[in-house]
Every structure is written in structure tokens, then in C-alpha cells.
Design a protein. Structure first.
Length: 506
């Protein structure tokens, strides 16, 4: 037995009694939050004083005492920039559409039109900066078009221009407002974030995970260049008699330096020059190479979730597993972007029409069948009818995969005869010989094209219980209404066959 709640006064107990809430307890439950930054002790909250604006807790920015510009500088690194481009390209390659859902038809059409007028490529690219920096404010520029208040542009603004207050509300740090900033207006800024929390409303920046690996890699490159300059070039060693003075030695050294530049030198006949290779240094060079490769792998893992397709030696199985991780990150990025776009759509619908807004969604090419099939199923239930050309285009079918709609015509049938007991012998009987004459008698000429297919299904089916599933598999190309008609006809024939068998056995 479940407890019944009286929303204002108490609970009805299983024994029929009633337990009343005290007025003070009700107020305590419905009151404001208890654990907040203003009420927590300094040591427990992490702050020793009351803060009106929260600092960004990003560990890299706090340690360096710098702004988000250090992350923008990272994107000039070839490997970091390449991973960022690959990550954004994976989302841009996804399919997208507007799902009407419970929204009115005219509202969905209007939203589809205004999205077509926006720079969706730019909006998507700006929103996808949120996973890189943790958060990315997008200012919405509203305007009146045809009597409607619609977004005419969405512009990404530098994240360091904004901060969060003690209640996790976004503030613009303007010159006029001073260090406290000014609270942004409702419906003015979209705020895509990656993994925001009460403790950290700024979100988690993926570029923070690549900062030290990139800096160590750049420092390692400097040392590697010095190593190559020192040990990669053969050494020229000059030999002079012991009786040579310092001036003669200096002149020979100058000749060796000139020889390194021009490969030509003139030396005394009692001096000699030999070339010495830096033997045994190949192992040291490998140490630098392995270090740089490891740092590059760290960046790949941070931005792509794997290094199977960039650094590591792979086979097909490991590369596929690595790509699956990347697909998860791609889907998460697409979810962040879709959430921002759906927020914009909800604001627009609320300002102009009210009611339920349509939803913007994105999916990968390999998911098109499942997602679009579910959408098409909902549309078909609402009364939509699709042509073979649509299925060929939407599901990438080949010519000839679909039967022409005229090849299996269907006419409305009368009510089936009353159900009778279906004889179910141990060995499957040959229904075809019995059902075919009945089909010729009770069936209409328009269903003649079905006779062969139904005969085959009935012949293969051992019992009435298995017949519905066999019919669904055979007539999978039909829509719901026509499939019901086909099953009705086949079940009626099977019932007639069973009746005939019973009559024969009497």
C-alpha cells in the first residue's frame, strides 16, 4: 500500500490514520536553501570572506594569474589547433533537424524559417568553444521582423568579460559597474557550459588539460633543437704542433669556423683537420622523441578522448575502440550546442506564441536510420504518407530496394468471420491447398497479388500464434493501416482453414 500525501497538511498512513505536519516543519521544508556561500563558514566554503563575484577556479589560470588569453594562444600550436578543428568538424558533420514534437505546425514552420535566416554555422562554432574554455557567453541580438520578436544574430563574446556572483548568476564586468559587474538581462545571453556545478559555474575547460603538456612539449622542442645543433653536426678537430703559440691556434680555430660555413679552409702544412662523429648519441635523441610523442599523446587524449588514430600504433580493433570514445565526446559537444539552440528557440516561442517549442536535434550519419525511423513512425501515426523516393533519399537505399506502391494494392475488407477454434496438430499441415480456393472465393480481385505471399507464409507457419510475427516480417514494407488489413485477411483465411480441418475430422 502506498502512502497518500495531503499536499498542505500531512500524510495518510496505511492503517487509515493521518499524520499532520507541523506548521514550522512545512515552512522549513519549503524555505530557501540552507547551505550557500554566504552561510558557510570561511574554511568550509573555501573562501575566508564574503564574495560578490566568484573567481574562476580553473587551476591553470589561478596558478598563472592570467586570463583566458593563454588558452587562445594554445590554439596556435599545430597539434592543439588540429585536434580542436577535428573535434569541431566531427560535430559539424552531424545531421540536424527541427522536431515539431508538441508544438503547433505554424510555430514549427516559423522557427524553421528563422533558423534558416541565422548563421547556424557560426552559432554552432561559437557554442562549441564552451568545451574548450568551460563556458562561452553568446549575446543574442533581437529584432522585429514581420511583427515578431526574433533573434537576428548571435555573437560570441570573450569569456573573461563575464563572471558569476555568489548565486551563480552571470554578470558582465563593465567599466561602469566596477568590480561587481552588472547582472545580465533575461533572454539576452545564451550560456553553453561544459559540466558546470554549484561549486564551479564556470565549467570544465578542456584546454586546461592540454596546457602543461603543450608547454612541456614546446620546451622539449627547444632542448631537442639544441641537441641537434650540438650533436647532429659532425665536429671538426684541428691538430697543431706543440710548438704553436696561442695566435696560431686562434687562427686555426677561425679557419675551422669558416670551413663549417663554407666547407673551404686553408691551413698550414704542419697542421691537420679530422671529422669526428657524435657516436653513441642516437639513444639520447630517442629520449627526446619519446618525450615529445608522449606530450602529443596527452593532448590528443585530452581533446579527442583517445590517441589511437593520432599517435599510437594501432590495428583495426583498437582504432575502432578509440573512435568510439571520440564519438562520445562528439555527442556531448553536440548536446551542449543543441541545448543552447533549444534555449534560443524556447525564448523565441515564449515571446511570440507561447506553448510548447519545437526541439532542435543533431545525430551522426550512422544513427540516421534509428532516429529518422522513429520520427517517420510518429509522422505516419499522425497521418503522413511517404513516397518510395523519400525512403530512397532519406535512408540511402538503392534503386529497386523498394517495391512500387502499385505492386501490392490493398482494398478495404469486410469484417472477418467469427473466431473459431484453430486445430493445431503435431505436424504442420499443408494449409496452402486449403486456403488458396477460399482466397479465390472470398478475396476481392484487387488482393490477388497477395495470394502467393500469404500462401507462402501460411505454409511455413506451424501455428496460429506464430502467424502474426511471420506476417509482420513478410509485409515489412507496408504502413500500419495496410499491414493490419493484410494480417486480418491472412488470419481470416487461417481460421477458415482451421474450420475446414475440424469439419473434415468430424
Amino acid at each position: 500500500m502506498t502512502l497518500q500525501r495531503s499536499p498542505a497538511t500531512g500524510l495518510y498512513m496505511p492503517n487509515g490514520g493521518f499524520h499532520a505536519f507541523s506548521e514550522s516543519a512545512s515552512k522549513a521544508l519549503t524555505g530557501p536553501a540552507v547551505a550557500t556561500r554566504r552561510t558557510a563558514a570561511g574554511a568550509g566554503s573555501g573562501f575566508g570572506f564574503d564574495l560578490s563575484v566568484l573567481p574562476n577556479p580553473d587551476p591553470v589560470l589561478r596558478k598563472l594569474g592570467k586570463s583566458m588569453q593563454v588558452y587562445r594562444d594554445l590554439r596556435t600550436d599545430p597539434h592543439v589547433g588540429g585536434c580542436v578543428r577535428r573535434r569541431k568538424a566531427a560535430v559539424r558533420a552531424m545531421k540536424s533537424d527541427l522536431n515539431r514534437g508538441q508544438a503547433k505546425s505554424r510555430v514549427a514552420k516559423s522557427v524553421q524559417s528563422l533558423l534558416a535566416d541565422l548563421d547556424m554555422g557560426g552559432l554552432l562554432g561559437e557554442a562549441l568553444d564552451a568545451p574548450l574554455y568551460g563556458y562561452q557567453p553568446l549575446e543574442v541580438m533581437w529584432g522585429r521582423v514581420g511583427g515578431l520578436i526574433v533573434p537576428v544574430d548571435v555573437v560570441g563574446k570573450p569569456p573573461e568579460w563575464f563572471a558569476f556572483d555568489a548565486e551563480n548568476r552571470l554578470r558582465f564586468m563593465s567599466r561602469e559597474a566596477g568590480r561587481l559587474g552588472e547582472l545580465v538581462e533575461d533572454r539576452k545571453f545564451l550560456l553553453p557550459c561544459q559540466d558546470p556545478s554549484y561549486e564551479n559555474p564556470y565549467g570544465q575547460a578542456d584546454l586546461a588539460r592540454t596546457f602543461w603538456a603543450t608547454k612541456f612539449k614546446q620546451g622539449g622542442m627547444d632542448f631537442w633543437f639544441r641537441f641537434l645543433e650540438k650533436y647532429g653536426t659532425p665536429w671538426l678537430v684541428g691538430k697543431q704542433p706543440r710548438s704553436s703559440d696561442d695566435q696560431a691556434t686562434e687562427r686555426l680555430l677561425d679557419m675551422l669556423e669558416a670551413m663549417i660555413q663554407d666547407a673551404v679552409a686553408v691551413i698550414p702544412d704542419d697542421s691537420s683537420i679530422s671529422i669526428v662523429e657524435a657516436a653513441g648519441k642516437a639513444g639520447s635523441a630517442e629520449v627526446y622523441r619519446e618525450f615529445l610523442t608522449h606530450m602529443r599523446s596527452e593532448v590528443s587524449i585530452a581533446l579527442l578522448g583517445q590517441n589511437q588514430t593520432t599517435e599510437a600504433e594501432t590495428n583495426h580493433a583498437s582504432a575502432t575502440a578509440g573512435q568510439d570514445v571520440t564519438d562520445d565526446i562528439r555527442d556531448a559537444d553536440a548536446g551542449i550546442a543543441c541545448a543552447a539552440i533549444n534555449q534560443l528557440i524556447a525564448w523565441t516561442v515564449d515571446l511570440n506564441w507561447g506553448g510548447e517549442p519545437p526541439l532542435y536535434s543533431m545525430w551522426a550519419e550512422d544513427e540516421v536510420n534509428q532516429v529518422m525511423a522513429e520520427r517517420d513512425e510518429n509522422l505516419a501515426k499522425a497521418g503522413a504518407r511517404f513516397t518510395p523516393q523519400y525512403f530512397t533519399r532519406a535512408y540511402k537505399l538503392q534503386d529497386g530496394d523498394l517495391l512500387p506502391s502499385a505492386a501490392v494494392p490493398i482494398a478495404p475488407l469486410g469484417q472477418p468471420p467469427a473466431a473459431v477454434a484453430f486445430s493445431e496438430p503435431q505436424d504442420a499441415p499443408d494449409y496452402a491447398a486449403t486456403v488458396a480456393p477460399m482466397l479465390a472465393t472470398v478475396g476481392q480481385p484487387i488482393v490477388d497479388a497477395w495470394v502467393t505471399r500469404i500462401r507462402s507464409v501460411v505454409h511455413r507457419t506451424a501455428s496460429l500464434a506464430e502467424l502474426p510475427n511471420a506476417l509482420v516480417a513478410e509485409f515489412a514494407e507496408l504502413d500500419d493501416d495496410r499491414l493490419v488489413q493484410a494480417m486480418t485477411l491472412a488470419l481470416s483465411c487461417a481460421q477458415l482453414a482451421g474450420r475446414a480441418e475440424v469439419a473434415d475430422g468430424e
